[in-house]
Each structure stands twice: as structure tokens, then as C-alpha cells.
Design a protein around this ligand. Sequence first.
Ligand SMILES: Cc1cc2nc3c(=O)[nH]c(=O)nc-3n(C[C@H](O)[C@H](O)[C@H](O)COP(=O)(O)O)c2cc1C
Length: 197
Amino acid sequence: MTRALLLSFSPHGKAAQTFKLARALLNEQVPDAHVTERDYGARALPPLTREYANALTTPGGLSGSATALSEQLIVELEACDLLVLCTPVHNFTVPAALKGWIDHVVRIERSFTVNAQFEKVGLLKDRRTFVLVSSGNVRKGHEPDFLTPYMTAILSTVGIRTVGFVYLGAMVRGAETVSRAVEQARRQLHETISSGL
Ligand SMILES: Cc1cc2nc3c(=O)[nH]c(=O)nc-3n(C[C@H](O)[C@H](O)[C@H](O)COP(=O)(O)O)c2cc1C
């Protein structure tokens, strides 16, 4: 049975177009999946504590209550074999809510390590991952895209390399444009999920 983890990083939470689309497609195409849904957008994770920052940057400091939330989020991630991240673009990049989740999940000597060449090496197993990206602007050529290369690099840092991006662009240009973008993304996701990624 597929165990899917469906996360929203939109201020609209589970009402975001990306989240609704992902949920509908999962229900349709992987009906027997066990789906865990989380809203980390409208109900953002707490900011990093001083204890957590110290735990991550002090040799041998990686235990105890300082890392409890981080541990919970990593365990939740480890438990899935299909990961779906639903996110808006905020100021050319990931929203603060998604960056917060990343700062809890990308943890030295837990989800990644550093080798003798000072390279970061992922400690999580790879899993099918989709990043559904909603933006006000059209996707290509009109403004910088820091989200795609950043998400590719940070997911790879923890070992997640099988990543597909699906873009819903021009989402502020009225209902007709929104439904066209959603339909296009639906077709793209449908094909990708059917083909096995
Ligand atoms: C704070 C903020 C910053 C934004 N920055 C961008 C941006 O840089 N580029 C863009 O295309 N859209 C930007 N938008 C528009 C959102 O990406 C767009 O409305 C998106 O569809 C929202 O998705 P959501 O409903 O899932 O949150 C921004 C919106 C907000 C609230």
C-alpha cells in the first residue's frame, strides 16, 4: 500500500488549489493509498528555538527535547513513499512556511551527514516526490525562479532525488485562467503518476 504524505505550505492551507488538486488526484489514481495530510501553511510550524540552533551547531548536542519537533517531522517524512509538497511562490522563492519545515527536517547527522570532502550526503531513502507550485506570474521568463533550483538542491541534500515539479501559473488572473492552469497541471500530474514517477 502506498503511504502518501501531502503537505500544504500555502496560507490557504488545505483550500489551496495545489492541495485540492493533489488530494483529488491521489484519491482518483491511488485510491488505496494511506494519505497523511498536514497544513503547515495556514498553521505554520513554530520558529526555530535557540536550543534547536545550538543542538545543530554544537558537536554531540543532537539529543533531547530541543530536536523533538524536528524528529517528529523527519519520522513523518520517513514513513511515506510518496511525498507531495504544495507550495506558492513568495517573492521568487519558497514561502517562509516551507523554509521553516526545511529547517526542521534538514538536520545534520539525522537526515544528512558531511563527508571527508565537506560534501553533504543524504541519509534518507529516495522516494517519489512531487512539488506543486502555484504562482501569480506566468512560469517562464518573466522573473527569477529561485524555488525550483533550491527545492531540487535541498531535497537532494537529504537523499530525495526523484522529484517532479508541476507549475500552476498566472493564478491571479481570474477564474478562467485559474481553471485552465489547474486543468493543465491535472493532466501533467495524471500522466506522471500513471507513468510511474
Ligand atoms: C507574500 C507573497 C509574495 C508573492 N510573490 C510572488 C512572486 O514572487 N511571484 C509570483 O509569481 N507570485 C507571487 N505571489 C502570488 C502567489 O504565488 C499566487 O497568488 C499563488 O497562486 C498563491 O498560491 P496559494 O493560493 O497556494 O497560496 C506572491 C503572493 C504573496 C502572498
